[in-house]
Ligand binder design. Structure first.
Ligand SMILES: Cc1ncc(COP(=O)(O)O)c(C=O)c1O
Length: 408
């Protein structure tokens, strides 16, 4: 990448450099002022009593977010590090793992598993739908020797805006009477949509701080079942920094085997307090409303979502196919430069064909409406002027959904 040293043109009045910048990416997401302020503090002694108390409180409260009574670990990493921890703690070289080529992040995990010498069995699809529970059941029934040790699914595929139905995948594994561990990537679903680690009997949930938890990137999380901990006792993939047992021994007293990402912990305390004050169910309902509203706008514009199955539309990100013959990157540039609105681009096979609207984490109805309005203005400047009124459609949804919520 080349970084331009050319001085930028003076901003036009009332446009991109005035007011708030709208960072409507599907991660990293907007960080609340409260969280930023909580992190703005001097370094503290991570081996002192006050920090231990902070850690123990965070670990207990993260369990509420993952909906688990089992173990949760905080790692100094982005989501990918937490995924690596899931693999190296539970599996051995040559172990079978069932994975899905159904989006950019699903593919990232396939690459990682291959790198670790796992025997990866891949189920492919067209990236417009989630992994199919029936196909999973069939693959596991065929694996009569139980060479497959884990099924690794992305809950919310951020690159395509498709959400997998984890309870049905759990049923598929049970239906096949297969002992494989269930590993779930909750990077862009945790704190946005319903996730129930214990009820759904997920063995390892992998997540990160920079999406639903409204923090900067830098914290990874693993929620770990007893069954996964048991598997870690015999798993032989090399591990040191990511070793759960080492972490567990230290965490028991609120400490870490290494220097934790101290200031992010204070931010996490603040963001969890905000989340509990709003209530997890209310957070999920808010994301649902924002997702519905955004989809109503997409319909009104006459565009299509990448997600082709209505039952799998994501509540935290909407990925939109851009009309053929038009330049989606020029549209994103206009949105950013003229209106101060950053949208996500299409990834991998959707690069240059789609854009993504994040409505996750610290995001309100008015932020979403402003975003949709910004999209419309940028489309207009790109010559896509004869579209339906997406913002009006979104407003109607939000008004009816808000009234319904208020009446409950
Ligand atoms: C669903 C999903 N999985 C995995 C990742 C990779 O996580 P990270 O970039 O935090 O390492 C991302 C990142 O956006 C993601 O959205």
């Amino acid at each position: 990448m080349t970084i331009s040293t050319r001085p930028s043109a003076p901003p036009a009045p009332g446009t991109a450099d005035t007011g708030f910048h709208f960072l409507q990416l599907p991660g990293p997401t907007n960080i609340p002022e409260r969280v930023l302020r909580a992190m703005h503090r001097p370094a503290t002694d991570h081996r002192g009593a006050a920090f231990a108390e902070l850690t123990l409180g965070l670990l207990a409260d993260l369990k509420k977010v993952f909906r688990t009574d089992q173990e949760v670990f905080i790692l100094p990493s982005s989501g990918s590090g937490a995924g690596e921890a899931a693999l190296v703690n539970t599996l051995s070289p040559g172990d079978g793992i069932l994975m899905f080529d159904s989006g950019q992040f699903s593919k990232l995990w396939i690459k990682m598993a291959r790198q670790f010498g796992l025997d990866v069995q891949v189920i492919e699809n067209d990236w417009r739908r989630a992994p199919c529970p029936d196909e999973i059941e069939r693959a596991l029934i065929e694996d009569s020797g139980h060479g497959i040790k884990a099924v690794f699914v992305v809950h919310n595929e951020t690159s395509t805006g498709v959400t997998a139905r984890i309870p049905e995948i759990r049923e598929a594994i049970d239906g096949a009477l297969h002992p494989a561990l269930l590993i779930v990537d909750t990077v862009s679903s945790l704190g946005c949509m319903d996730y129930r680690h214990d009820d759904w009997r997920v063995d390892v949930a992998v997540s990160g701080s920079q999406k639903g938890l409204m923090l900067p990137p830098g914290l990874g999380f693993c929620a770990v079942s007893e069954k996964a901990r048991e598997a870690s006792k015999t798993a032989t993939l090399p591990r040191f920094y990511w070793d759960w047992e080492w972490m567990r021994e230290n965490n028991a007293d609120g400490f870490f085997p290494f220097t934790p990402a101290i200031n992010l912990f204070y931010g996490l305390r603040e963001s969890l307090d905000m989340m509990f004050a709003e209530g997890l169910q209310n957070i999920f309902a808010r994301h649902r409303r924002l997702g519905l509203a955004t989809r109503a706008a997409v319909d009104a514009w006459g565009f299509e979502t990448i997600c082709a199955n209505h039952a799998e539309l994501s509540d935290s990100v909407t990925a939109v196919l851009y009309p053929d013959g038009h330049d989606v990157e020029a549209f994103r540039d206009v949105a950013r430069e003229e209106f101060g609105l950053t949208l996500g681009g299409g990834l991998a096979r959707f690069q240059g064909r789609a854009f993504r609207i994040g409505h996750m984490g610290h995001c309100s109805e008015l932020m979403t409406l402003a975003t949709l309005q910004g999209v419309e203005m940028a489309l207009h400047l790109q010559g896509l002027a004869d579209l339906g009124d997406g913002t009006l459609a979104a407003r109607q949804i939000l008004a009816s959904e808000s009234l319904a919520a208020a009446a409950e």
